[in-house]
Ligand binder design. Structure first.
Ligand code: ZN
Length: 146
């Protein structure tokens, strides 16, 4: 199940999906070790498609169509990568490490404010997590992967 694109992987322990380039070592939601045990749900070719598909997979089936049309028509979503190059966003995430060596929604929000960005800290974190920059340590806390 290795390929060059982005994979949507379902954790067999908590049934939650997450996106990853290549294989996942562990589930970002419950910490379950995955390796070969992760279930490859779907492979997509862009981070944008990955973001949408992961959200869809984690949505009850009867709500998916509504969510899909909302996400696909959401302009701020499609312009996300154009407005802020991912390199800039990456720098912001790196600047957001707090005194505990962790990144939180609050620390990212402070960095965004400092840079006069009106991006949502949650969106930035989600994007950084999808790109494999961050690993989730717990509710609302992430660690930077160098
Ligand atoms: Zn899990």
């Amino acid at each position: 199940m290795t390929n060059g694109g982005y994979n949507i992987i379902r954790c067999p322990a908590c049934s939650t999906c997450h996106g990853r380039q290549g294989l996942s070592a562990s589930c970002p939601h419950c910490g379950q070790r995955l390796g070969e045990h992760g279930i490859l749900v779907k492979a997509v070719s862009s981070a944008e498609a990955l973001r949408i598909e992961v959200a869809l997979q984690n949505t009850p089936e009867e709500l998916r169509e509504a969510l899909r049309s909302r996400m696909v028509s959401n302009e701020s979503l499609s312009s996300f990568n154009d407005e802020v190059p991912s390199r800039t966003m990456g720098n912001w995430v790196q600047q957001s490490v707090n005194e505990d060596g962790l990144i939180t929604v609050r620390s990212v929000q402070l960095t965004l404010n400092k840079n006069h960005s009106d991006l949502d800290a949650n969106d930035v974190l989600e994007q950084a997590e999808v790109q494999g920059m961050l690993v989730r340590m717990g509710e609302g806390r992430w660690m930077l992967l160098e």
